[in-house]
Design a protein around this ligand. Structure first.
Ligand SMILES: Nc1ncnc2c1ncn2[C@@H]1O[C@H](COP(=O)(O)OP(=O)(O)OP(=O)(O)O)[C@@H](O)[C@H]1O
Length: 611
């Protein structure tokens, strides 16, 4: 394997054009399926059926918007009615006080909802799991109470009637079919936004953040930044749908516009249909809304609220039998069938990856320096005044007994742990030495790292895992895919590229760690025990790969317990014991050092080496 492998390009097929995409069965079948939602009620022309279709469109659109935050980013909001209510009230108040048409008024209302979303999200993103959900409920309750309190603007708990000016300009109609046209248009809009985000760099970043925050940071993703973008889009879209729904209902009151049951319903459709999938929220709403509406009519006032029983039953049955939801369970199978229809085929052909820029600079100059690094965990000093320097173009081995402080040192050198005292400096792409603070900043400066305990994005394929790394330098999805394919080949994962990462054995996962990091095109690579769990042949291959990477201009620090491998690849070795550097130098000299033999290698190793 020689260094030019890293920069090899393959023949370049063309990207599929818009026409190819539109004529693909995945697209035309989805479009035909959705069109039924419009065509069937129009053909039957029953007011009740039209009302059910409007309600399906509204809740499918709300749930699609929620899914961007709850499904893609994994932030399970149970207070999304805040944005629905802001959309509704904002638009209604702009009509009432400024005579602004709802077609225009819904956009400032959406912008306000996006800002409120960011203001709520920023402090709450620090909270995990149920605490985040509880915080969103708390914000919903506070907003509802505020809308009741400021009755001189909102009408308080008595509510607000939308000015009833019939006509398209004011979105008020006697004929329900006009509402259906708008609701359907909004659903198409929401699904297109959700679909576009899902397949974009932002969509991949959100999935990465949802699955493993540390690995996402190591791939240079600004976790809070991408979550904020998701919540703003999600809130804005929810508000637009809320604005329309207010026009449809013509009456707004805090209890219904900021309602917890509505928030739960919105989330539930996505859960039933398939969390984090584009089609899931639509299928969820399509399945449950007609059942609930039918129950509401049949049971009438005699069993007020019993329609909730329908939601609950559907949720329990689906989550027990299909935890991944309808689309999560059957989606792959169905898309497999669709791809066999006329026009079906690969929408993501392999493009030629762009060549990797070779890191430039003076050989032997300092690339990464940790100076006097002290890291305390309570009373334990894990690294005690450790100083370490990586020179350009070298492989620096770090060895030492278990618990010596090697990983703690790595975590400080990559920004994952702030040193209690001491500094870490990195040579950036512009040649200047800088002191980055956050792990994603280290990554963007060119410090790539793997994790000792592997951190795969389990539900993504091997190729998608590597793409997450590639996105750091390549915003275009096709280009990132091409880079990922090349990297998969380099580490010998190309034959399992389409396998979900959670199905790889440990040896494959270790190589996946390296591949994802390599795809970020680092100038400094920190490898934490990448040979553990590898077969003899794979270890040989890894040794060869590390040399190839170094020959391509990357400077490397490797923590390793496999002494034979680390001795053969390292230019220098640093030995750490009990948080201190006890020896440093060329491999041959280090293994003969008495302190190293006593602390780590043992006499058996020396005997085996024949010294
Ligand atoms: N987050 C933490 N909180 C408390 N103690 C920690 C933490 N991380 C590491 N330690 C402790 O710091 C010491 C050094 O741990 P570290 O994982 O850095 O060692 P290591 O040399 O990488 O070991 P190994 O070779 O087994 O991976 C250990 O005693 C460990 O228990």
């Amino acid at each position: 394997m020689d260094a030019s492998v890293i920069a090899t390009a393959s023949p370049s097929p063309r990207k599929p054009g818009l026409a190819t995409r539109l004529l693909h069965p995945r697209f035309y079948c989805a479009a035909l399926g959705m069109a039924l939602l419009l065509v069937v009620p129009l053909a039957i022309n029953s007011p009740f059926l039209t009302h059910v279709a409007v309600t399906i469109c509204v809740f499918a659109a709300l749930s699609s918007a929620w899914n961007i935050m709850g499904g893609y980013a994994g932030q399970l909001s149970l207070g999304h009615a805040v944005f629905y209510g802001i959309g509704g009230y904002g638009t209604a108040l702009l009509i009432q006080h400024f005579g602004l048409s709802p077609w225009i008024g819904m956009w400032p209302a959406a912008a306000l909802a996006a800002l409120v979303g960011a203001a709520i999200g920023y402090p709450c993103f620090r909270l995990r799991g149920p605490f985040f959900s509880l915080a969103t409920i708390a914000f919903l309750e506070v907003t509802r109470l505020l809308f009741i309190h400021f009755d001189w603007i909102t009408g308080g708990s008595a509510g607000l009637i939308v000015p009833l000016n019939p006509g398209w300009a004011w979105m008020i109609f006697y004929d329900k079919t006009n509402y259906l046209y708008i609701a359907f248009g909004l659903l198409v809009f929401a699904v297109l936004v959700a679909w576009w985000i899902r397949g974009s760099r932002l969509g991949y970043a959100l999935t990465a953040v949802r699955e493993r925050e540390d690995a996402a940071l190591a791939a240079g993703i600004d976790n809070t930044g991408v979550k904020l973008r998701a919540v703003m889009v999600s809130a804005g879209l929810t508000a637009v749908v809320g604005a329309f729904h207010a026009m449809y209902l013509t009456f707004l009151e805090p209890a219904t516009m900021f309602s917890l049951p509505t928030s739960i319903e919105i989330a539930m459709y996505a859960l039933i249909g398939g969390l984090g999938t584009v089609a899931g929220p639509v299928f969820g709403a399509l399945l449950v809304v007609p059942l609930a509406e039918a129950a509401r009519v049949w049971l009438g006032a005699s069993a007020n609220g019993l329609h909730g029983f329908v939601y609950g039953t559907a949720l329990v049955v689906i989550t027990l039998t299909m935890p991944a939801g309808l689309v999560g369970t059957f989606g792959r199978r169905v898309t497999g069938w669709l791809d066999r229809l006329p026009g079906g085929g690969n929408l993501a052909p392999a493009l030629a990856p762009p060549p990797v820029a070779r890191p430039q600079g003076t050989p032997g100059e300092t690339m990464l320096e940790g100076r006097d690094l002290v890291r305390r965990f309570g009373g334990l000093i894990a690294t005690n005044n450790v100083s370490i320097t990586l020179k350009r173009g070298e492989i620096l081995g770090v060895i030492g007994p278990n618990g010596a402080g090697k990983t703690t040192l790595f975590n400080q050198l990559s920004g994952f742990l702030a040193p209690s005292s001491g500094t870490v400096t990195v040579r950036g792409p512009d040649g200047k030495l800088v002191e980055p603070r956050a792990p994603d900043a280290f990554a963007r400066l060119g410090v790539g790292r793997t994790f000792q305990i592997v951190q795969p994005f389990g539900k993504l394929t091997v190729l998608e895992n590597i793409m997450i790394g590639a996105f750091m330098r390549h915003a275009d999805v096709a280009e990132a895919r091409a880079v990922a394919l090349r990297t998969a080949k380099l580490v010998g994962l190309d034959d399992v590229a389409e396998v979900e990462a959670r199905n790889l054995p440990i040896g494959g996962l270790k190589r996946l760690e390296v591949a994802r990091t390599l795809a970020t095109e680092p100038s400094i690579l920190l490898l934490d025990e990448v040979m553990a769990g590898q077969s003899q042949a794979d270890t040989q291959r890894m040794v060869q790969l590390i040399r190839t990477i170094r020959d391509s201009g990357v400077s490397i620090i490797a923590i390793e317990h496999n002494m034979h491998a680390i001795m053969s690849i390292s230019d220098r070795i640093v030995v750490v014991d009990s948080g201190r550097v006890i020896a440093e130098g060329e491999p041959r000299a280090v293994v003969q050092d008495r302190a190293v033999i006593e602390a780590y290698l043992g006499e058996d190793f020396v005997d085996a080496q024949g010294h």
